[in-house]
Design a protein around this ligand. Structure first.
Ligand code: NZQ
Ligand code: ZN
Length: 391
């Protein structure tokens, strides 16, 4: 195990009706004028937004509504949000929604405390040194953004999807009521399941030795997600299964499963190019990319893939070779993704084999010619993974 610092100071308030504490939590964290940032209107339709407004009024907290964060949130709205925060002297941003609303809120929070262009944080030319405080009411377990210190934004000009982050943009509190996820369309639930599993795979695929404890935590969380995922697809109102997914989504990405080990994250970057080019849902893009990446990286550590197949996918080892066991694990993963309604190949998301060179060129724009830590990815390697995803 490598040396590490684990610092994850978000206050998580979890369970039924917990959104009723939003006013009290805002006061606790010193909010006096709040920007309530949300997406395209699901929280208006569900009645969550009017309930939150009432709770803020009860606590005499001033607020402004600012909606419109779209899936794969865009830079244009971030610029508008930054202007609004500066003009209105906003001192707290409450994100209500999924990863897109939260990430957009994080970018606004950092941009409002910066004199330059907020995109500097995303193209790596500046580091976030301050941000308006952020709180979250989560409605979609997927991105883990409610507990993470990252934000992922798409710049409209050139459709570049890039991430940035540091401790200043980690939410100070996150309210997670699994009941708020009952209204999710099945497709979003499934995409969320794949995204949280992928956050674990990115950490599980490591070359760091002696990380048995986190390996087992990763495997246990994956098994819990798969079991709860099956239940939720059958019954969207299964509270306990929704609760398991909600908490799994958070711990998959708040850092606890990655301590003491080198993480990978190549597959996320491969996927971000699909989201940027085809506006595909992040989790759906990952369902296409992870089986392909795992096949590509199989020879890096066959024992690790064998272990994943047996401990997570329940593959019977019998008289099979390690490679056969590992490949059966990848097949089981693909079958699960398909069963919950996710795509697993390029054609199902409208991606085209002829675009591969374009995707690879964008992927390596502003990066060195080699990234990822498990099986370092070169342009030729990336081309290979995209080609496997066409199968
Ligand atoms: O916009 P509204 O109307 O709210 O509808 C949303 C949206 O259409 C809808 N939705 C959310 N909660 C709902 C609901 N519909 C009904 N009932 C509810 N309770 O679901 C749709 C998708 O929402 P979105 O926020 O885009 O999804 P998700 O949470 O999967 O977030 C995806 C974004 O997170 C980024 C992704 O790249 C993507 O842009 N990620 C952020 C990370 C981070 N900050 O650490 C890490 C992740 O790897 C990921 O990259
Ligand atoms: Zn993700």
């Amino acid at each position: 195990m490598r040396n590490f610092t684990f610092y994850s100071p978000t206050e998580f308030v979890f369970g039924r009706k917990t959104e009723e504490q939003v006013g009290i939590l805002l006061k606790k964290y010193g909010a006096s004028k709040v920007l309530i940032h949300f997406g395209g209107g699901s929280i208006i339709k569900s009645g969550l937004l009017p309930r939150i407004e009432t709770l803020l009024k009860t606590e005499n907290i001033k607020y402004i509504l600012f909606g419109g964060a779209q899936p794969n949130p865009r830079s244009g709205l971030v610029y508008q949000g930054i202007k609004l925060c500066k003009r209105e002297n906003i001192d707290f941003i409450l994100a209500v929604g999924g990863g897109s609303a939260i990430d957009s809120a994080k970018a606004i929070a950092a941009g409002a405390k910066y004199d330059g262009d907020f995109w500097d944080f995303f193209d790596g030319t500046a580091i976030i040194k301050a941000a308006i405080k952020i709180g979250v009411v989560l409605t979609l377990p997927a991105s883990g953004s409610e507990g993470s210190h990252r934000s992922v934004i798409t710049k409209e000009e050139g459709m570049l999807k890039r991430g940035a982050g540091n401790e200043f943009i980690r939410p100070v509190f996150s309210i997670i009521n699994p009941e708020l996820t009952f209204t999710l369309p099945a497709y979003q639930t499934a995409a969320g399941i794949v995204d949280m599993m992928s956050h674990i795979f990115e950490r599980y695929l490591t070359k760091t030795p002696n990380v048995d404890l986190t390996d087992r935590l990763c495997e246990a969380t994956l098994v819990s997600i798969i079991e709860a995922g099956r239940k939720v697809m059958d019954d969207p109102y299964d509270y306990e299964a929704r609760a398991t997914l909600c908490w799994s989504g958070t711990i998959a990405h708040n850092g606890i499963l990655g301590v003491g080990r080198v993480e990978d994250w190549a597959t996320h970057q491969l996927e971000h190019e699909l989201s940027a080019r085809y506006d595909v849902t992040h989790g759906a893009g990952l369902a296409v990319m992870f089986p392909a990446y795992m096949k590509y990286a199989l020879d890096t550590d066959i024992k690790r893939f064998q272990r994943l197949a047996i401990n997570v996918w329940g593959v019977e080892s019998g008289s099979l070779t390690p490679t056969e066991i590992a490949l059966n694990g990848i097949s089981a993963m693909k079958t699960f993704f398909k069963k919950i309604g996710m795509p697993t190949s390029f054609s199902e998301i409208g991606a085209l084999e002829k675009d591969i060179d374009f995707l690879v060129n964008k992927l390596f724009q502003g990066k060195s010619n080699n990234f990822g830590a498990f099986k370092p990815l070169t342009p030729e390697g990336a081309r290979m993974v995209y080609r496997i995803a066409c199968e």
